[in-house]
Design a protein around this ligand. Sequence first.
Ligand SMILES: Cc1ncc(COP(=O)(O)O)c(C=O)c1O
Length: 370
Amino acid sequence: MNAVSNPAHVIDFAGIKREHAELADVLNARIAEVMASGQMLQGPGVVALEQSLALACGRAEAVCVGSGTDALYFALLSVGVGPGDEVIVPDISFIATAAAVARTGARPVFVDVDDACLLDLEAAGRAVTPRTKAVVMVQLFGAMSDPEALRAFGAAYGVAIIEDAAQAFGATHGEAAAGGVGLASALSFDPMKVLSAPGSGGAVLTDDASIAARVRRLRYHGREAGDYVEPGYNSQLSTLAAAVLSTKLERQTDWAARRARIAERYIHEFSDLPLERPSVSPHVRHVWHKFVLRAAERDRFMAHLKSVGVPTLAHYPRPFHREPMFGVAADGLFPNAVRHAGSTLSLPIHAHLTEVEVERIIAAVRGFFA
Ligand SMILES: Cc1ncc(COP(=O)(O)O)c(C=O)c1O
């Protein structure tokens, strides 16, 4: 019995080891080239990756930085967000979305999400005040919001749209790509992401040359053309990480297609179960960074899956408005976020799940309701 067919074998939640095993020969050769070059930062591979990312997202410029969190923070600073401003943020996302806003000195204003866990634009409209400077639209779980509705929102209220596309590289809505929406977008290359680095990494994408120039200054001590013109940070993507990311970039289309087939399978196989399954607009190509279900008895369901070797995670079990960091607010304004947080669980989904493993996951889910 091998590890895959052995029911005692715990399925890998994210598949990073298998991603690296598939590409081992090419990765090792490219890593060796960078090591031999000696140029570990600011190497030509970083510039090449920036060009590929800009092209993939339909942007004029991409600037690689040290993490997705820094990408979001630098994007916010570069559109002028600072102390005294308010920035509208969905009440459910990874903590970095709201923390990056707080780091600028602005106040994150939490707004409820829709059934797909994306920012509810109607509720966002009600939250706009004269201090509102920007809205952060998070393309959560690999989905994508309607870029036209966002553009119209930004124009109607006179606020900047910043896209947190950390989880959605490769997603599209009609002709628009994630990473290509709003004044500036942030990508993350964290190891759990669909396009993942050997460590932290991120990028800001924009069509505005002055935003790109500011992010370039911020990522390296405020330097521009040899002068240090403002206090900045040291937030660079290593040349090694760029080499790994460029190699994985070549596999994104196939890997996303495999995840989409698994998601279709899950959606189909669970249609008769008392579970809320993700629904995807026909205009959207979802990249299935996460496959998120909602279940009434979530904790018992997760414990059952764990007991049969199927790991799950809850994305995200606590809405921002309940985090002590932000000063806890009443639940009443965020009914969808509260409902989601109390019932969400994510199943393993990655391109290197075998058919046998997918069958095991389906059987394990069905087994709970049998
Ligand atoms: C929605 C979202 N925003 C921002 C980030 C921050 O990215 P990083 O972990 O690369 O700093 C992440 C990922 O971790 C994320 O999922």
